[in-house]
Write a protein that binds this ligand. Structure first.
Ligand code: NDP
Length: 501
C-alpha cells in the first residue's frame, strides 16, 4: 500500500462543499454526503449531496413545470442563443477553476483539462448558433389546395446522465444542444466527478437560464439515475457511459417509450499499412492509447498492423511510450495522470493478467506505478493478441494497447469489425484507395484517415452497434432534442370526401 505524501498544492487546500440545483435553488437534499478523494493525490477534494429518488423526482417535476409553463421553450431562438453565448463567455472566464476541479476529481492532467475546457466553450458557442438556425421544412408541391409544413418542436424534459472520464466536456456535448432546442433538463453527473457540472449550474443561472430549466442532482446511478430513465414525465434520456448501463437505460426507458440517445463504449482499431507515414502513426498510436490514461471511449486501444511492419513498429511505439510522462495531474508537464479509482486499477490489471494467461506477451509496462501519490498504471503494450481474446474485444478503459496483425486488406477489415463495438477507427496509408476502402467498410461512427482522435463541434460523433444510438455534435445534434410535427393545411373549401354532391 502506497504511503501518500500530501502534495504541496494541497497545503492550504480546503475540500469544496457542493449543493444540488433543483428548481433554481441550491439544496443539500435529505441524503448524506459523497466524499471525493482525488485519484492522483489521495486527498478529499469535494463533497456533494448523495441525492435520493425523491430529489430526482423533485427535479423532474421542476423541469416539467418549466417546460409546460415556459418561458424557455417559448423564447425566440435568438433569446436562447444570447443566453447560451453568455454562458460560453462565463465558462471561458472560469475555465481555470473548472479545469482544476476536473483534474483533482478525475486525475486527468491539468494541461489536458484546460484543453477540454477550450473545446467545451467552442461547443457552447456552436450550439448557441444552432439555436437560431433550428428549422423545419415546407412543401409547396402538394397541389393547389395543400400546404405542408414540418415543424421541429422541443421534445420536452430531457434526462442527461454523464460519466467521469470527461466531466465537463461530455455534459457540454449534450446540455447546450438540448437547451438550444428549447428543452428543459435534469442532469446527473458521475458521483466521482460532479464538481464542474455543479459550477456549470452557477454559470447558467448567472447567464439568465430560468429556474427549473437546468436541474442538477448528484448521487449514484441506481438511486438518482434510474428514476431519471423511468419517470413518465421525462420525454428523452441522453446517456453517456458504459454499454452495460446503456442497455439498462434503454430497457428502463422502454417502459414509457422514451427517446434515448446513447454514447457508449468502444474498442477502436487503428489499421496500419506498410506505406503509411510511420513516424506520424507512432506518435498518434502512443497518444491514442494513453491519452486520458486510456480511460477514453475513443482510445485507439487495438492496433491492427500489417505483419511485415508489426515487430519494428511495436518496438518503436514502446520506445516512445517509455518517454510518456506519467505523474502528478497538477504538474503542467504531465501527459498521463491517475486511474479513476483503486477498483478500476485492479480491473485493468486483471485484463493484463488474463491476456498474458491467454498467450499475449507484455512488451511494455503491465502493472501499477507507485508514485507515492494516488493510483497510477504504467503505459502497457500487449503483443501477440488474437482477435478472440477478451483484451481484443472488450473495453479495458486503461492505458493498455493490444497489438494484432493482418496480411490482407480483407483480413484487416474482418478483424476490425469482429467486435460488438463500433465507435471509431483509424486507417494509416498513403494510398487513397486503401484509406477509402477501409473508411467505407469499417463499421464505426468515425473513421480517421492518417490522423487520430481529432474532432470538431461541427462533426457528428457517436457509435454503430453496441457503441450507441444517435449522434452528438454537428448540426443534427440539436434536432435530436426535437419532435417532428406535420402541419397539413388545406387552402379553400373542401367537400370531396363522402358528402354526396
Ligand atoms: P457507467 O455506465 O458506470 O456510468 C455512467 C453514468 O450512469 C454515471 O453517472 C452513473 O452513475 C450512471 N448510472 C449508473 N447506473 C445507473 C442506472 N442504473 N441508471 C441510470 N444511471 C446509472 O460509466 P462510467 O461512469 O464508468 O464511464 C465509463 C464508460 O463511459 C466507459 O464504458 C466509456 O466508454 C463510456 N463513455 C462513452 C463515451 C462516448 O461518447 N461514447 C464518452 C465517454 C465515456 P454513478 O455516479 O453511480 O457512476
Amino acid at each position: 500500500m502506497t504511503a501518500h505524501v500530501r502534495p504541496k498544492a494541497f497545503d492550504n487546500f480546503k475540500a469544496r462543499d457542493f449543493r444540488m440545483l433543483i428548481d433554481g435553488a441550491w439544496t443539500q437534499g435529505a441524503g448524506s454526503a459523497i466524499e471525493r478523494v482525488a485519484p492522483g493525490h489521495g486527498v478529499v477534494v469535494s463533497r456533494y449531496p448523495a441525492g435520493t429518488k425523491a430529489d430526482a423526482e423533485r427535479a423532474i417535476a421542476a423541469a416539467r413545470k418549466a417546460f409546460d409553463n415556459g418561458p424557455w421553450p417559448n423564447m425566440t431562438g435568438a433569446e436562447r442563443s444570447n443566453i447560451l453565448l453568455k454562458a460560453a463567455d462565463l465558462i471561458a472566464a472560469r475555465a481555470d477553476e473548472l479545469a482544476f476541479l476536473d483534474t483533482i476529481e478525475s486525475g486527468k492532467p491539468i494541461s489536458q483539462a484546460k484543453a477540454e475546457l477550450g473545446g467545451a466553450v467552442d461547443i457552447w458557442r456552436y450550439a448557441a448558433a444552432l439555436a437560431r438556425d433550428l428549422h423545419g421544412e415546407s412543401y409547396n408541391t402538394l397541389g393547389d389546395g395543400t400546404l405542408g409544413v414540418v415543424l421541429r418542436e422541443a421534445i420536452g424534459v430531457v434526462s442527461i446522465i454523464t460519466p467521469w472520464n470527461f466531466p465537463f466536456l461530455i455534459v457540454s456535448q449534450k446540455l447546450p444542444f438540448a437547451l438550444a432546442a428549447g428543452c428543459t433538463t435534469v442532469v446527473k453527473p458521475s458521483e466521482l466527478t460532479s464538481g464542474s457540472t455543479l459550477v456549470l449550474g452557477e454559470i447558467l443561472i448567472e447567464a439568465g437560464v430560468p429556474a427549473g430549466v437546468v436541474n442538477i442532482v448528484t448521487g449514484t446511478g441506481p438511486e438518482v439515475g434510474a428514476p431519471m430513465t423511468t419517470h413518465p414525465d421525462v420525454d428523452m434520456v441522453s446517456f453517456t457511459g458504459s454499454t452495460g448501463v446503456g442497455r439498462l437505460t434503454m430497457a428502463n426507458a422502454a417502459q414509457t417509450l422514451k427517446k434515448v440517445s446513447l454514447e457508449l463504449g468502444g474498442k477502436n482499431p487503428q489499421i496500419v499499412f506498410p506505406d503509411a507515414d510511420l513516424d506520424a502513426f507512432i506518435d498518434a498510436a502512443v497518444f491514442g492509447a494513453y491519452f486520458n490514461a486510456g480511460e477514453c471511449c475513443n482510445a485507439g486501444s487495438r492496433l491492427i498492423l500489417h505483419t511485415s511492419i508489426a515487430d519494428d513498429v511495436t518496438a518503436r511505439i514502446a520506445e516512445l511510450a517509455k518517454k510518456v510522462k506519467v505523474g502528478d495531474p497538477l504538474d503542467p508537464t504531465t501527459q498521463v495522470g491517475a486511474i479513476i479509482t483503486p477498483q478500476h486499477l485492479d480491473k485493468i490489471g486483471a485484463y493484463v493478467e488474463g491476456a498474458s494467461k491467454a498467450g499475449a506477451s507484455v512488451t511494455l509496462g503491465g502493472g501499477a506505478l507507485d508514485l507515492g501519490l494516488g493510483q497510477f498504471m504504467a503505459p502497457t503494450i500487449l503483443s501477440g493478441v488474437q482477435p478472440d481474446m477478451a483484451v481484443a474485444r472488450e473495453e479495458v478503459f486503461g492505458p493498455v494497447l493490444s497489438v494484432l496483425t493482418f496480411d490482407t486488406t480483407e483480413d484487416a477489415i474482418r478483424i476490425a469489425n469482429a467486435i460488438d463495438y463500433g465507435l471509431s477507427a483509424g486507417v494509416w496509408s498513403r494510398d487513397f484507395d486503401t484509406c477509402l476502402t477501409i473508411g467505407r467498410k469499417v463499421r464505426a461512427g468515425t473513421v480517421w484517415m492518417n490522423t487520430f482522435m481529432d474532432g470538431a463541434s461541427e462533426l457528428p460523433f457517436g457509435g454503430y452497434r453496441q457503441s450507441g444510438l444517435g449522434r452528438e455534435l454537428g448540426r443534427h445534434a440539436v434536432e435530436d432534442y426535437t419532435e417532428t410535427k406535420t402541419l397539413n393545411m388545406h387552402i379553400g373549401a373542401r367537400t370531396d370526401w363522402w358528402m354526396p354532391r
